[in-house]
Design a protein around this ligand. Structure first.
Ligand code: 10D
Ligand code: SF4
Length: 318
């Protein structure tokens, strides 16, 4: 039977960002330098494929330093950690390498600057996400109030005094939906006109660019596949952005095996993108699987070129 025709719209940029690239390299270099095992606290980035590849090379993933059975090197994940974690590593005499993305660390520093200026901090982000736990953990308990939605922003009651003058500031998680975050900031600015904050938000360049590319391909797509993991915030946001931008059939898949081929019924154009933690090999695996079933024409739609690159910690380059 002849294959049906399908157009694939490949979003660009997609996949690995500079922070993910750096974090993976930190684990690889640590393995070369110190030998296996190298422990990694939390998934280095939220992707099973990446984690399994590093496990094959000798990395061991744990959620708590307590699980490390001796004086082995440990890498902190790209999402960042509360201040108590390096302190704990020092108490345990562990050699640690911090793979926190420099753009997450920048938000940590913003939080510290606001705190030093006597401001109460509103963090816009998702409860329980490791980046949010890490950012809140830069400051003493009670210094930060978490806001997840515009509805939250309407009702939060910052500590007495801070909301009246200019002793209030906001910061954000780096992987949020741009549009939702703007909505939340609008509420905060209306309620607290003197609130301090970044020029826009703290959403990083990679999140911004991947969402921009999805907004271009979604209206042209009958189906849109986002390659990424369910615990990956930036990947989940790409699904929401695609649905909001005109492609209700947008799904998150970790691998080719998760594709439900019934999604393709009656479909002529399929958009494809990948979260910042999803490797290009998985994108190519998905494309090959589609090509086995359909006569495909591939078109890459690029909204911008990315040139950002982050240096490795000196401990690994000296
Ligand atoms: O869940 P997420 O989007 O924050 O993390 P993921 O590991 O999927 O992607 C990299 C993003 C990081 C480390 C947070 F900035
Ligand atoms: Fe850094 Fe952004 Fe990548 Fe997160 S998504 S690791 S903040 S560049």
């Amino acid at each position: 039977m002849p294959k049906d025709a399908l157009t694939l719209l490949l979003a660009a940029p997609r996949g690995f960002c500079a922070g993910v690239d750096r974090a993976i390299q930190i684990v690889e270099r640590a393995l070369e330098r110190y030998g296996a095992p190298v422990y990694v606290r939390h998934e280095i980035v939220h992707n099973r494929h990446v984690v399994e590849e590093l496990e094959r090379k000798g990395a061991v993933f744990v959620e708590d330093l307590e699980e490390i059975p001796g004086r082995y090197p440990v890498v902190f994940s790209a999402h960042g950690v509360p201040k108590s974690v390096p302190e704990d590593a020092e108490r345990r005499n562990l050699l640690y390498l911090d793979a926190t993305c420099p753009l997450v660390s920048k938000v940590h520093r913003e939080a510290e600057v606001h705190f030093a200026a006597g401001r109460h901090i509103i963090l816009i982000g998702h409860a329980g996400h490791p980046e949010v736990i890490g950012t809140i953990g830069q400051l003493p308990q009670g210094a930060v109030t978490l806001v997840e939605t515009a509805e939250d922003a309407e009702v939060i009651a910052p500590p007495v005094g801070s909301s009246l003058g200019d002793r209030l500031a906001y910061i954000t998680q780096t992987t949020l939906s741009i549009d939702d975050t703007i909505g939340i900031i609008d509420v905060l600015r209306r309620r607290f006109p003197k609130i301090h904050g970044p020029r826009k938000e703290d959403i990083c360049y990679a999140t911004t660019n991947r969402q921009a590319a999805v907004k271009v391909i979604a209206p042209k797509s009958d189906l849109l596949l986002v390659i990424g993991a369910p615990n990956s915030s930036n990947s989940q946001r790409l699904v929401e952005v695609a649905r909001g931008a005109g492609c209700p059939k947008a799904y998150l898949v970790q691998r080719e095996a998760e594709i439900d081929w019934r999604w393709f019924e009656g479909v002529k154009t399929v958009g494809i993108t990948a979260g910042a933690s999803a490797p290009e090999v998985v994108v190519q695996e998905v494309i090959s699987a589609i090509r086995q079933r359909y006569l495909t024409r591939i078109q890459e739609i690029s909204v911008t070129e990315e040139t950002t690159h982050f240096k490795l910690p000196r401990a690994l380059t000296a």
